[in-house]
Design a protein around this ligand. Structure first.
Ligand code: SF4
Length: 240
């Protein structure tokens, strides 16, 4: 563990990390409920208004010297091994901002038999070097409800590259069934398959209420619905 460089770029053989936590459960998407070790990387290239991990990127509200650290990859692997994970989830922030430093971690996970899921906002084309080492891409394109400009949050080349891996699912955060038309437009425009809708919410009551409202309309469109298991279990507690 060490100081984060001033420009927040990781040193060789290290990653800029916000949190490493687990064992816990993958809380969202196709692997919901699986025992997992999480690596949450620092920094993001978007600034969604409802972001539930602003401490990874919002330096108006948080201090990067407090929130982030430079962690050698060997130390990350040791922390994960202690969790005896079934899967490893690399999340953020936006983890692909550090993708040139991810290959050794992904290779170490492969050696140990841990399938890796990478959670990304779908705006960055993944490097060829890491694509074969990722078991699933959990891609979460952002809607207008994020407050991010459309040309910044929807990048056709990145979405196409992730689709082309054949191992991507696309998870959209919605607060209301009225947003499903917007999701359908994005799905159609980019030819996406493997669609999941997840209610927005960081407390169990909000999450459950929104999930119930979304359930039938999501079924009617032929898509999948995921709750956020960690929110149902632990609210917005960090590191769960
Ligand atoms: S892309 Fe994800 S981590 Fe980045 S601001 Fe949006 S919700 Fe937060």
């Amino acid at each position: 563990m060490g100081r984060v460089p001033a420009d927040l770029i990781p040193a060789d053989g290290a990653l800029v990390v916000a949190e490493i936590f687990g064992p816990t459960f993958q809380g969202e998407g196709p692997s919901i409920g699986r025992r997992a070790g999480f690596v949450r990387l620092g920094r993001c290239n978007l600034d969604c208004t409802w972001c539930d991990t602003p401490y990874t990127w919002d330096w108006n509200r948080f201090d990067p010297a407090v929130e982030l650290r430079s962690e050698p990859i060997g130390a990350v692997v040791e922390r994960l091994a202690a969790m005896a994970p079934e899967i490893v989830v690399i999340t953020g922030g936006e983890p692909l901002l550090q993708q040139r430093h991810l290959e050794p971690l992904l290779a170490a996970c492969a050696e140990r038999g841990w399938p890796v899921e990478v959670e990304t906002n779908g705006t960055i084309v993944p490097d060829d070097a890491i694509v074969p080492l990722v078991a699933r891409w959990n891609v979460s394109p952002k809607l207008a409800n994020s407050g991010v400009a459309v040309d910044k949050r929807l990048r056709a080349p990145a979405l196409a590259a992730l689709m082309a891996t054949g191992r991507a699912v696309f998870k959209f955060v919605a607060a209301d069934p009225a947003e499903l038309d917007e999701i359908a437009a994005v799905v159609h425009a980019h030819g996406l398959e493997g669609i999941w809708v997840m209610p927005e919410g960081t407390d169990p009551v909000t999450l459950t209420t929104r999930a119930r409202a979304l359930a039938d309309p999501v079924l009617a469109r032929g898509w999948n619905l995921t709750p956020r298991l960690h929110v149902l279990l632990w609210g917005d507690e960090r590191g769960r």
